[in-house]
Design a protein around this ligand. Structure first.
Ligand SMILES: [Mg+2]
Length: 263
């Protein structure tokens, strides 16, 4: 497969955000035009992020604000995929969420029963409102033997001043403290997020093209779920890093903007 083939087969562009569409809050190159060209080619855009500290509504406001959310565009987060997973695999169960208030509200709105005292399931998300009290509760519930689910595996979240510890770092914290790792991680690269995306779009296989800057989430997500994968070198991964990696993308571009040549 090369870039021409994967683009010609693609009906939906699954786009990572940070490092792919924007970097440190600034759109990368002429991204508005690139996204417009993708839409004009008859393809749809789904913005796909592992960041579970924010909700779809937060992202909609942000993307609208920077002018890159149009009519048919969709947004799907690892939080959305986790709510869908819980409803399917733990229907009616009480769930403790180590996550932001907004994430909890979105779970409640999706019909997930939340509990702060006697959960049957513990969900670890990217909790930018984390406190020691929440760490203690999470450790307690994990020791009690609740089911253990993490929204996504990313170790760091890119930020202006310095990268900050993301859910993956907290997975390691609880592994050290409690001796448990999640039974299920939902977000990219794992199949639960892929199932959610297929349900959302009604598409599968190479009709879906995942474009992203991170090898261990975005590119593995494409490769391991039968989607096409496009690595962009505009974010985390450098050409040298890619050369040394065992993870292989179907195609590599300097930035997503270069895809317009192949539409
Ligand atoms: Mg990224």
């Amino acid at each position: 497969m090369d870039i021409k083939e994967i683009v010609s087969l693609a009906k939906i562009f699954l786009l990572d955000l940070d490092g792919t569409v924007y970097l440190e809050g600034e759109l990368i190159g002429d991204m508005k035009n690139t996204l417009r060209r993708i839409r004009e080619s008859g393809r749809e855009i789904v913005y796909l992020t592992n960041n579970s500290s924010k909700t779809k509504e937060d992202y909609a406001a942000r993307l609208e604000n920077i002018g890159i959310l149009e009519g048919e565009d969709k947004i799907y987060t690892s939080g959305d995929a986790t709510a869908a997973y819980l409803k399917k695999h733990f229907p009616g169960r009480r769930v403790y969420v180590m996550g932001t208030e907004k994430l909890k509200e979105s779970f409640a709105a999706a019909g997930v029963a939340l509990s702060e005292t006697d959960p049957e399931v513990t969900v670890l998300a990217y909790d930018t409102e984390s406190t020691y009290e929440k760490l203690c509760k999470t450790a307690l519930f994990l020791r009690r033997g609740t089911a253990y689910i993490a929204t996504h595996p990313d170790v760091n979240c890119p930020a202006k001043a310095c990268d900050v510890p993301d859910a993956g770092s907290f997975i390691r914290l609880f592994e050290a403290s409690v001796g448990r790792v999640p039974e299920v991680i939902v977000g990219k690269p794992f199949r639960y997020m892929a199932e959610g995306v297929s349900e959302l779009t009604g598409r599968a296989g190479r009709e879906l093209l995942m474009a992203g800057d991170r090898l261990y989430t975005d590119i593995r997500f494409g490769a391991e779920n039968g989607f096409s994968s496009l690595l962009v070198l505009s974010g985390e991964t450098t050409a040298e890093m890619y050369e040394k990696s065992e993870t292989r993308a179907d195609a590599v571009l300097a930035s997503l903007n270069d895809v317009v040549k192949y539409l």
